[in-house]
Design a protein around this ligand. Structure first.
Ligand code: CA
Ligand code: CA
Ligand code: CA
Length: 344
């Protein structure tokens, strides 16, 4: 009997050591649960980490981290002639490449967001050209071909979204949990939830869209401009046309639950664009741009950074009871094996 136990118990111990990895898969946690807060590099929340001019184009409005290719941040500006959209290297010296595309109303654009599943680019155009098209959102594939577009304003003869209109659109952020939903900011100050899941019009005619809801600016913001999703903190960063404030609101469907709020960037007094840099650097850096000064400032958000893989990887967790039980069992194993070795 003793001999049987001496063989079985080490085997059971091995199973228990492996069990957390096997059993933990059913229970998951957000990556932010395991990343420590500010790493203590000496910067405070809102401090500039780096500043550089947008030498490739003036008058920047929107910024979008590339959730499909984390070496890139996308840059949007309304300026004629276009192209209006550039890819910028995350790594210094931040080289840029123009994005070639074509659209009604000329190539100018204001803000955008990158769909994580396929890297497609949502790009918003403030008032279009007010000749052929009014406020609109385009969706391009990675080669610059138009996948679909939507008119969001009734100013011209186009078909606006059902449920209301979005005028003087500025920037958009794609919903990572539902990539047919986009949140748009506007110079009237509101944030709009738009259903852009219909793409039946293709590149030839506007597809159907719906305004699902509108939200007032969160506390700390007067005129919503830049907006982008932060998967590390499961929230949306929002920039203000009236101040240097950068505000992170929870992804709870209200745009009113403020997680962080502080001034940063804003070389010319306000930020037009904001996006998190989600490539593993922590604390999470934000990129901000300033329409008037044409300067990018990387800002310390003092919130946890993460990698894209970590935001979708299931991280096993065990409750306190589970960890305590395993610790006791492992101690029992060690005691048994030591005792067995002495008496063998
Ligand atoms: Ca954006
Ligand atoms: Ca308009
Ligand atoms: Ca325009």
């Amino acid at each position: 009997m003793y001999r049987l136990a001496s063989r079985l118990i080490p085997l059971l111990c091995l199973v228990m050591i492996a069990a957390p990895a096997l059993c933990g898969a059913a229970e998951t946690a957000n990556f932010r649960d395991v990343v420590p807060p500010n790493s203590g590099t000496g910067e405070a929340q809102g401090d500039p980490l780096e500043t550089f001019p947008t030498s490739w184009a003036a008058n920047p409005i929107g910024l979008a981290f590339d959730f499909y290719d984390p070496t890139t941040v996308w840059f949007f500006h309304e300026a004629d002639p276009g192209p209006g959209i550039y890819r910028v290297d995350v790594a210094a010296p931040h080289g840029s490449t123009p994005f070639v595309y074509s659209k009604l109303g000329g190539p100018n654009t204001d803000g955008g967001s990158i769909r994580p599943s396929d890297g497609y680019i949502y790009a918003a155009d403030y008032n279009g050209d007010l000749v052929t098209i009014d406020d609109n959102i385009y969706l391009y594939d990675r080669s610059g071909s138009t996948v679909a577009f939507w008119e969001t304003d009734t100013g011209l003869a186009g078909t606006p979204c059902s449920g209301g209109e979005v005028n003087v659109i500025l920037d958009v952020a794609v919903d990572h949990q539902n990539p047919g939903i986009v949140y748009a900011t506007s110079a009237v100050g509101q944030i709009y939830a738009l259903d852009l899941s219909d793409t039946s019009g293709g590149s030839a005619s506007p597809s159907a869209c719906a305004v699902l809801a509108s939200f007032p600016p969160p506390a700390g913001i007067t005129i919503t401009t830049g907006i982008e999703y932060d998967p590390c903190n499961d929230g949306y960063w929002i920039a203000d046309f009236s101040s240097a404030n950068l505000v992170l609101v929870a992804n709870d469907g209200t745009f009113a639950t403020v997680i962080e709020s502080f001034p940063g960037g804003a070389v010319g007094g306000f930020n037009t664009g904001v996006t998190p840099q989600v490539d593993g650097e922590t604390p999470l850096p934000l990129w901000t741009v300033d329409f008037s000064a044409a300067v990018v400032t990387r800002v310390d958000s003092a919130t946890p950074g993460c990698t894209l893989a970590a935001t979708i990887l299931a991280i096993p967790t065990l409750g306190r009871f589970g960890l305590g039980a395993i610790a006791l069992a492992l101690a029992g194993c060690a005691w048994f094996m030591l005792r067995h070795r002495r008496t063998a």
